[in-house]
Ligand binder design. Structure first.
Ligand code: ADP
Length: 505
């Protein structure tokens, strides 16, 4: 085993990139973070610059190491966790991306999804991948990127040097100095190209989406050796021992490793995920069947665990929009003060369909809306309506999970940037009528990747012992405002109906 005393988690999120060092006790020893530029080239489109992601995470990694006062060779292993579905193509000879990465929230491929639906492909795609046919997933984005590359290059278009990948694959390739082109099952399961049952790329789907098989990364177990960092990149040769999608990583970080255990992360979007064990659970309520994570068993056949997921595209992102878009607030925490400055929402409702609607509606044509505005509506009511809407969305998904699972969820474990908002968490408890439990360390996504890497290496041996260090910071219990919250939920559902089927696509 390595002499390293730390595990480095690289959390490549939608909002920003973070590096966190964890010590032997699983405690945070140091960290660095940089917010990522969001490019909106057209309404409904969203891109990230892959070079900026790589530069920012390199900077965060070096800064976290320096701030902690250690050397890179004291790091025993790295765990990567990433925003999922966001994908790109790059040239393996030059290392240059062919185009910006298309972000998961991007809706530009809705017309292609509609064509496939009209061609009767939705059910087959669902059966093969566990996913609902939607622009959210990588497959149509990769098709678009390939078409675009073909348009701008002089014929004949050579594809032999092109590599495709989600953000984990791109960063892994850069960390290893271009030596490893791989992903893990959890990220692969979000591309719409993984056959969920076989755990391999699905040839029929690759053909359907026109993606050459040689573009695709090797799929490896989420917990196991992916490769070693190039010392010129990281300052030492460090094994990369885990890769997980951000939501799956948070699930692992919360200790939700068995059927029935679940968590909700309030980041850019909100994601309620429940572990379903070693069996694929097929939802009757528009939830996704997906991979939780896979483990290297040493016999060439990884052990795969599955999950059910309710993906809500816009949660913290609407707070960011209040800050950067319409500038109703100057910082995210302001939203709490403003919401608490009024007694109720003043009849104002918000539909957070800034990128269409995910679970349980899956409406790519829906768009955001404020409804119920009268002359008395204040800025505070609007901000409050936005926070309430985040909680209402989660209520809809909890209802779907309750129906699918047959047993009622008793409590919600939360994490992610927006869970810091006390108003939101209290309102969430009120509208769900169950307690909402917020941990002391809310970086559960990074924690999960660190635990996964450290356990895969043997740096730690006891997952339960790591979890037993977790402290709850606060439990929000349903309060007197519950009945009003229920009434408002009914009105909000009406507002959602108005925002659906909004644009032609
Ligand atoms: P991601 O992993 O998707 O990048 P994070 O978990 O880092 O997301 O959370 C960032 C999101 O949390 C941003 O969209 C931001 O607007 C939101 N956020 C941060 N602090 C607060 C707060 N106090 N109240 C509401 N939202 C917040």
């Amino acid at each position: 085993m390595s002499k390293g005393q730390y595990i480095l988690a690289l959390d490549l999120g939608t909002t920003g990139n973070r590096a966190i060092l964890f010590d032997k006790n699983g405690q945070i020893a140091g960290q660095a973070y940089k917010e990522l530029t969001q490019y909106y080239p057209q309404p409904g489109w969203l891109e990230h610059d892959p070079r900026e992601i790589w530069e920012d995470i390199s900077w965060a990694m070096q800064t976290a190491i320096r701030k902690t006062g250690i050397n890179a060779d004291e790091i025993a292993a790295i765990g990567l966790t990433v925003q999922r579905e966001t994908c790109l193509l790059w040239d393996k000879k030059t290392g240059r991306p062919l185009h910006n990465a298309i972000v998961w929230q991007d809706r530009r491929t809705a017309p292609l999804c509609n064509q496939l639906r009209e061609a009767g492909k939705a059910q087959e795609i669902r059966d093969r991948t566990g996913l609902v046919l939607d622009a959210y997933f990588s497959a149509t984005k990769l098709s678009w990127l390939l078409d675009k590359a073909q348009q701008v290059q002089d014929p004949p278009f050579e594809t032999e040097n092109i590599l495709a990948g989600t953000i984990d694959t791109w960063v892994l390739w850069n960390l290893t100095g271009g030596k490893v082109h791989a992903t893990d099952h959890s990220n692969a399961s979000r591309t719409m190209l993984l056959n969920l049952t076989s755990g391999q790329w699905d040839d029929t789907l690759l053909e359907l989406f026109g993606i050459p098989a040689h573009f695709m990364p090797e799929i490896k177990p989420s917990m196991g050796l992916f490769g070693t960092t190039d010392s010129s990149v990281a300052g030492a040769e460090i094994p990369i021992m885990a890769i997980l999608g951000d939501q799956q990583s948070a699930l692992f970080g919360h200790g939700c490793d068995r059927p029935g255990s679940l968590k909700c992360t309030y980041g850019t979007g909100a994601f309620l995920v429940t572990h379903t064990g070693s069996d694929i659970a097929w939802s009757k309520n528009q939830l996704l069947a997906t991979v939780a994570w896979s483990k290297d068993t040493g016999n060439g056949k990884p052990e795969i665990g599955y999950a059910l997921e309710g993906s809500m595209f816009t949660a913290g992102a609407c707070i960011q929009w209040l800050r950067d878009g319409i500038k109703l607030i100057t910082s995210a925490p302001d939203s709490q003060d403003m919401a608490e400055a009024v007694a109720d929402n003043g009849g104002v409702y918000f539909v957070p369909a800034l990128s269409g609607l995910g679970a349980p509606h899956w409406d790519m044509t829906a768009r955001g809306a404020f409804l119920g505005i009268t002359g008395g509506a204040q800025r505070e009511h609007m901000v409050r309506a936005v926070l309430e809407a985040i909680a209402f969305q989660v209520r809809e998904v909890v209802d779907a999970v309750n129906e699918d699972g047959g047993t009622k969820i008793q409590q919600l474990k939360v994490d992610g940037g927006a869970c810091q908002n006390d108003f939101l968490m209290q309102f969430q408890a009120d509208v769900l009528e169950i307690p909402v439990e917020r941990p002391k360390v809310i970086d559960v996504t990074a924690q999960g990747a660190a635990y996964a890497a450290g356990l895969a290496l043997g740096f730690w041996t006891d997952y339960e012992a790591l979890l037993s260090n977790h402290e709850t910071e606060r439990v929000f219990v349903p309060g007197e405002a519950g009945s009003l919250a229920q009434e408002c939920f009914e009105v909000w559902k009406k507002a959602v109906g108005r925002a659906k089927n909004w644009i032609d696509s």
